[in-house]
Design a protein around this ligand. Structure first.
Ligand code: HEM
Length: 121
């Protein structure tokens, strides 16, 4: 399986990942009912975030922790929600990619999710 190598790969991965999140009623309500995201606007932003994290290019400048803290004030982001989020993230990666950057994405997601989870108790 090929590794995550460019922005196109990241965009493909994010579309697959969000397909999984939005099809799971255990977590989809946070996106559809609480944050009411516009997917076509949101996908390029998270693409920027992962491009920066994995390929060191891209132009992500927002405070991702603060954005989730604000979300958590509207609707509790429980430890269980983080587990569900991570499960879908891992499954989306493993279904499409394999290699160094794919492992890096999973490790990075786990460490950020762990920090968020601790801050949102
Ligand atoms: C319980 C788990 C999570 C839920 C329910 C969740 C949900 C959301 C929602 C609803 C938004 C849109 C916020 C808005 O536009 O108002 C968002 C944005 C985002 N999330 Fe998460 N998230 C979770 C965990 C994570 C984790 C662990 C990461 C990173 C590893 C992450 C990365 C991002 C990024 C990059 C954005 C875009 C923020 C921006 O607009 O700059 N999320 N998330």
């Amino acid at each position: 399986m090929k590794d995550i190598q460019n922005r196109n790969d990241i965009d493909l991965l994010m579309r697959d990942f969000y397909g999984r999140l939005l099809n799971d009623p255990a977590i989809s309500y946070v996106f559809t009912d609480v944050a009411k995201i516009d997917l076509e606007h949101h996908l390029p932003t998270i693409g920027d975030f992962w491009e920066q994290n994995l390929l060191h290019t891209g132009n992500y400048k927002n405070n991702v922790l603060q954005i989730h803290q604000q979300l958590h004030q509207k609707e509790k982001l429980s430890p269980e929600l983080f587990e569900i989020w991570l499960d879908h993230f891992y499954i989306a990666i493993d279904a499409n990619f394999g290699g160094k950057n794919s492992e890096k994405a999973k490790t990075r997601a786990l460490s950020i999710a762990t920090i968020m989870k601790i801050k949102m108790q």
